[in-house]
Design a protein around this ligand. Structure first.
Ligand code: IP8
Length: 247
């Protein structure tokens, strides 16, 4: 498939979310193999914080809305995310993917209106040169406030718009967005249709869980899919996977 795909690997997929700083090695290796065998020409990977970023952010009282000016807190959260990013890039490299790390703290900021400013020219250039950029939820300088957290989902929105990507995938531990009965909702076109069914996240999550993801994806111009790790192949093949979200 030609075109540009932005794929988020959820923090609870790439880490054991209830074990501090533990990579989900087997799951990550299987995902890396699926990415390596896809025939999509341009792939940007974004991963979440899982049991690396979130516990450190919570410990320092930092979230997407609660800021810090403590440089030690910033270094601590950034280092945890760099460690996880190295593990994700390493697993992709082992599978033969031309993965390279991109640290959003070094590339962007939130402006005084709270808007995420993330240039994507360098990401487009990496794709052009045959690389697979791997970004991650991170700390982010926030004008007038210090530093807050930027979620992988917000990065997905920014990168998708900046690159005018064709398709967005959120690979999560659940097989899609679930309704009150635990069944996958096949399609979401407006938040009001499903708002009541979306609970919070079960482990420490400083950036908002499934409801925030759906809101962010509805605001995109491109079709987005939320699916479980088993459906990654379908997603890359251009088939419907899990829940299709398009506002
Ligand atoms: O798991 C959050 O990213 P997310 C990253 O995509 C940190 O919400 C640093 C907690």
């Amino acid at each position: 498939m030609t075109g540009t795909v932005v794929l988020k690997l959820g923090g609870s997929v790439v880490t054991e979310k209830d074990q501090p700083e533990t990579v989900a090695g087997d799951r990550l290796a299987a995902l890396a193999r699926a990415i390596a065998s896809s025939d999509v020409s341009d792939i940007v990977v974004v991963h979440g914080g899982g049991s690396f970023g979130h516990p450190h952010a919570a410990e320092h009282g930092v979230s997407s809305t609660d800021a810090t000016r403590d440089p030690e807190a910033v270094r601590d959260i950034a280092a945890a995310m760099e460690n996880l990013n190295s593990a994700v890039v390493g697993a992709l490299a082992d599978a033969g993917v031309a993965a390279v790390p991109v640290h959003p703290f070094s590339a962007g900021y939130r402006d005084a209106d709270g808007d995420l400013e993330l240039p994507t020219g360098h990401i487009a250039a990496m794709l052009e040169e045959g690389f697979v950029p791997v970004l991650h939820g991170d700390v982010l300088t926030t004008a007038g406030d210090g530093v807050t957290i930027v979620s992988g989902d917000d990065l997905v929105v920014s990168v998708t718009r900046g690159l005018d990507a064709d398709r967005v995938g959120l690979c999560s531990t659940v097989p899609g967005v679930l309704d009150e009965d635990g069944d996958v909702i096949p399609e979401i076109t407006a938040f009001e249709d499903v708002g009541g069914a979306l609970g919070g996240s079960d482990a420490t999550d400083v950036t908002g869980g499934m409801a925030a993801k759906v809101r962010a994806l509805l605001a995109l111009g491109s079709p987005a899919f939320v699916f479980g790790p088993d459906a990654l192949g379908d997603f890359f093949a251009g088939d419907d996977a899990g829940t299709r979200i398009e506002g």
